[in-house]
Design a binder for this molecule. Sequence first.
Ligand code: GTP
Ligand code: MG
Length: 338
Amino acid sequence: MIFEKIHTVPTSEELINKAFKRASRTMSGKTITGKESRLSANESMLLTAANIFTDNLANIVRRFPSFDNLHPFYYELADILVGVEKMKMALGSVDWASRKIHEIAREYVGKMREVENPEPVRKEAFGRLASILKAINKDLIFLNKARNTLRKLPDVREEPTIVVAGYPNVGKSSFVSKITGASPEIAAYPFTTKGVSIGHFFRDKIRYQVMDTPGLLDRPMSERNSIELQAISAINHLDAVLLFIIDPSESCGYEIEAQKRLLTEIKALFEMPMLVVSNKADRPEFKDLEGIDQNISTVTGEGIKEVLEKLIRLIPEPKKVTEAPEILWEPEVDRGYQ
Ligand SMILES: Nc1nc2c(ncn2[C@@H]2O[C@H](COP(=O)(O)OP(=O)(O)OP(=O)(O)O)[C@@H](O)[C@H]2O)c(=O)[nH]1
Ligand SMILES: [Mg+2]
């Protein structure tokens, strides 16, 4: 996952304890007599502490993605969830602290060399390092929160994607598990409590992902505020086709008219190709509707293969080719076919 390599961001207190403890360990066991050995002991304490600070701080900055090259899907979600500008500023402070600490360590090593007793100088240096760390504590805490939020986002870059939409209970999850087989991974997504679930299947050595969006694309867009709409339209940045499922039997609990209105809203919001299917063709109340690309039933398997063919043809240029076992979905889909 794109944000996975960001480790836990420590607080300044944790960093201070770690660095000063490690520094004092460089002293333990040594009997210090004479000016030269006093200097070298204090010097190595200061340099040890400073190195621990600068290494840790530089790693924090390095492990965060560069927001200027970030895939636009993640950029938008990161912006909604934590704010890209705020993150850039916090990372800037951490970077500043790292450089400042390096400077102070060099300055104080020089100072220690000029005095008879270097210990008070070293202590003063530690005080300055600690206050720099404390000054960026709010940034560290913010970055750690950001990290915890971002790492739960789904990993959906650069793979051809089928996004499934439709009112609750129309059969979205049934369709996804029918074509992907294995149980899907659940990832966090802004404004959903259930998260999005993502399954995969292979076709001609290409891995496809199928994204189910409970709570996201299943009710009128007029009920959404602008940030929610931004979270939804981030999906536009994926190489995706949208599958809209209607349940004309209305056994889902929503009238056909309401379902069609949602379809119209979703059509207006998405720039990607779209396929509209009617599910539950096996039910006695099922009706043929105008303007539907395919009737399907996730129970009997009717129309599933055809839908998948159509979806694959509609997906914009798959970019990533993976060496993988052929066609994992076929045995699953073929079962129960006439
Ligand atoms: N008869 C019949 N029932 C179906 C079919 N597809 C799904 N169902 C049933 O419809 C109900 C809802 O199916 P789900 O796949 O959970 O629907 P969903 O769209 O994922 O629902 P949410 O996750 O709540 O948005 C379940 O009881 C399914 O068994 C179908 O083709 N025929
Ligand atoms: Mg579902």
